[in-house]
Design a protein around this ligand. Structure first.
Ligand code: ADP
Length: 255
């Protein structure tokens, strides 16, 4: 069975004003439901809790202080899961929420506990939906961004492939928001200095990582022999096409 970790970024899950993008979520969940029927094991790493909380609490800006972020995440995480649960249930699929902090990765016992928990969901045909536990996380114990989290999760579950869905086609040779002539890089075989320099700073207003954390994630995944693909979540049938081997987005190939 092929085990695929799919990270869905805030910029894919929410509109630029922070409200949930139901159409996008429906399209992706429909594909995931189908892939599951086709025999894939799917693990979702989701962002968007703070975005969903912002919308509910009618905040115009991303909260800045830790307590505000925590409150926002506590409100938003439940809302986010509600949407996943609702859409997946239309396809008869049960989801299970797992919230992790860095301790769950760094501490061997907790690592094994988290792994057992995810494996137990998979064994029961449940789709694990994973996020960082932002309601209790403070900087010192944070993984910090879901790109890194998704790479760590793909190691945790011994995944075959990590797919990072974003609001951009893939990695460009320079930031396409600033340089209109930027070109998409379709394959990266090793992550050297030049690739790291390309990534630049943080990305969209709602996303937190930008390309830098995606490159970091690729490093982590590749170091464990897991290939990673960055692709645009809104592309038609994006997940089917990736898993059929179509060359879209940027693939970081593990040797
Ligand atoms: P997500 O919420 O999906 O994680 P981010 O906004 O954090 O999305 O990251 C994607 C953004 O990274 C793009 O929209 C783009 O503005 C920015 N970016 C910076 N440098 C690059 C690059 N070299 N190639 C592609 N995107 C880049």
């Amino acid at each position: 069975k092929k085990r695929v970790v799919i990270k869905i970024g805030s910029s894919t899950l929410t509109h630029s004003n922070g409200l949930p993008n139901y159409d996008m979520m429906e399209k992706l969940i429909r594909q995931i439901a189908d892939l599951k029927n086709a025999g894939y094991e799917i693990i979702i790493v989701t962002s968007g809790a703070i975005g969903a909380g912002m919308a509910k609490l009618k905040l115009k800006q991303r909260p800045k202080t830790i307590p505000e972020k925590q409150a926002c995440a506590a409100v938003g995480q439940g809302l986010l899961m509600h949407i996943y649960e609702k859409i997946f249930s239309e396809y008869g699929i049960i989801v299970g929420q797992i919230l992790l902090t860095r301790e769950d990765i760094n501490n061997r016992i907790r690592f094994l506990n988290a792994r057992n928990s995810i494996f137990s969901l998979l064994k029961n045909g449940i789709v694990p939906i994973i996020n960082e536990n932002d309601a209790v996380a403070v900087d010192e114990i944070k993984i910090g961004d879901n790109d890194t989290l998704s790479a760590l999760v793909s190691i945790l579950v011994e995944g075959d492939l990590l797919i990072i869905l974003s609001d951009i086609e893939g990695l460009y040779n320079k930031n396409p928001l600033i340089y209109p002539d930027a070109e998409l890089i379709s394959t990266v075989e090793s992550i050297d200095e030049s690739i790291i320099n390309i990534a630049g700073g943080a990305g969209s207003k709602l996303g937190t990582g930008g390309m830098a954390t995606k490159i970091e994630a690729a490093k982590i995944a590749l170091s464990s022999g897991i290939s990673m693909i960055i692709a645009k979540g809104s592309n038609d049938r994006v997940l089917y096409r990736i898993l059929k081997g179509e060359n879209i987005g940027t693939i970081f190939l593990s040797s």
